[in-house]
Design a protein around this ligand. Structure first.
Ligand SMILES: [Zn+2]
Length: 406
């Protein structure tokens, strides 16, 4: 059994959104009150107040002290108490380990951004249209007791049994996060392995010669982001117009993030479905961030293009953002499916020949790998082949395919 989370955007009317915020404020208030109580007990007597004690107190709070809390689903309130308990469990565990952790913190309006229905009580999801790979996104209605009904955009299908529902606020938007319990199902063993070079020209080059391109909307989004960024910097600090431009920029960022996540999910799914061993470069050591050495023209002494500008642009590109997240997604899906992911040291993977092992120096601007041994191919695919080779070496301490591909 494994837990999987699905996050969907909520479409709430103004009135309902205000109610969501009201519940969130009550939850935060309760969190801080419960925290204060525990803190005081710890300070006064060095003892902790138990979870069950605090849970019982909630009943009293509702009945006698703050009747408006009756308008919040009771399991949501219990979950708040559980969050405080978790924060304290963590705190005590670290104290026990001899660490000096900070006390659990009071939560401000901007930090405390979600409340949770820990089980099936207090809400109901009604499918209006099931999401479908071919026919596009689905729609649902989420009924929240004492709050109202909101629309949910279901851009992908949920798997497994829904266990909890968390309502989360990000900026101006609300999201529903469902956690589902799913059975882990290993895929049948595949006899195909792959080395992958993540890049900017293509999203990924595979050792078998296939290329996965960036979705075209990434380039488009990149331009839009740049424009939104300029709009912010042109406006006067503290002005309303600037605040509006900042909101616009945040909106673009959010959109790009979501699009990228969807794309990453799809691409990682495809890779894991097909390949048994998947080899990536270890991105932390990937030398993309190192500036290339300056090159001078011998005759004139002038500096020649060395790909530095391309590299600088590339480092700020949205195209390279999220590679680490992508490899994490592949790793997670692979673990589920009984597949392997290997990370190798990327040193020299862009300069060696995958055919004969010779060094073939090339700038970033040279897209083609051409070697005296007769090896001719896209430079990124050449890298991908080397990456697969390194993966095999790492897996078995020897050269050659794994048993799965033999
Ligand atoms: Zn060669």
């Amino acid at each position: 059994m494994s837990i999987k989370a699905y996050k969907y955007r909520i479409d709430a009317s103004k009135v309902t959104a205000e109610k969501l915020q009201w519940v969130l404020d009550r939850a935060r208030e309760l969190y801080n009150a419960a925290l204060a109580e525990r803190k005081e007990a710890w300070r006064m007597a060095g003892k902790s107040i138990g979870y069950y004690e605090q849970k019982r107190d909630v009943v009293e709070i509702k009945e006698q002290i703050r009747p408006e809390y009756q308008d919040v689903a009771s399991h949501v309130l219990q979950d708040v108490i559980l969050r405080v308990k978790r924060a304290y469990d963590n705190f005590f565990r670290r104290v026990k380990n001899g660490e000096k952790p900070g006390h659990p913190r009071f939560q401000g309006r901007h930090r405390y951004n979600s409340f949770t229905y820990p089980d099936g009580a207090g809400w109901k999801l009604e499918m209006v249209k099931e999401p479908d790979e071919k026919r596009g996104r689905g729609r649902g209605k989420l009924h929240l007791s004492k709050i109202g009904t909101v629309k949910v955009k279901l851009h992908r299908e949920m798997a497994g049994k829904i266990k909890t529902l968390t309502i989360k606020r990000e900026g101006q938007h609300w999201y529903a996060v469902f956690t589902c319990e799913v059975e882990t199902k290993p895929l049948p063993v595949s006899h195909e392995d792959v080395g992958i070079d993540l890049g900017v020209t293509h999203f990924a080059a595979l050792s078998n010669g296939k290329l996965i391109d960036h979705p075209r909307y990434f380039r488009h989004a990149e331009k839009k982001l740049a424009r939104a960024q300029q709009a912010v910097s042109r406006k006067k600090k503290g002005s309303h117009r600037r605040a509006k431009a900042v909101r616009q920029l945040a909106k673009h960022h959010r959109k790009v993030r979501n699009q990228r996540r969807d794309f990453h999910h799809k691409a990682s799914r495809q890779l894991v479905n097909r390949y048994q061993v998947i080899v990536f470069e270890d991105l932390q050591t990937k030398n993309l961030t190192q500036a290339p050495a300056p090159k001078q023209d011998e005759a004139t002494g002038q500096y020649l293009p060395n790909g530095a500008a391309a590299k600088a642009g590339l480092n700020t590109s949205i195209l390279d953002a999220g590679w680490a997240t992508f490899t994490l997604m592949v790793s997670a899906k692979a673990a589920w499916a009984g597949r392997s992911v290997v990370f190798v040291n990327p040193k020299n993977t862009s300069q060696l020949c995958s055919g004969c092992g010779a060094v073939v120096k090339k700038d970033l601007s040279v897209r083609w790998h051409s070697c005296g041994c007769g090896t001719e191919l896209d430079r990124d695919i050449n890298s991908a082949k080397l990456i697969l080779h390194l993966g095999y070496q790492q897996l078995s301490g020897r050269t050659g395919p794994t048993p799965a591909t033999a």
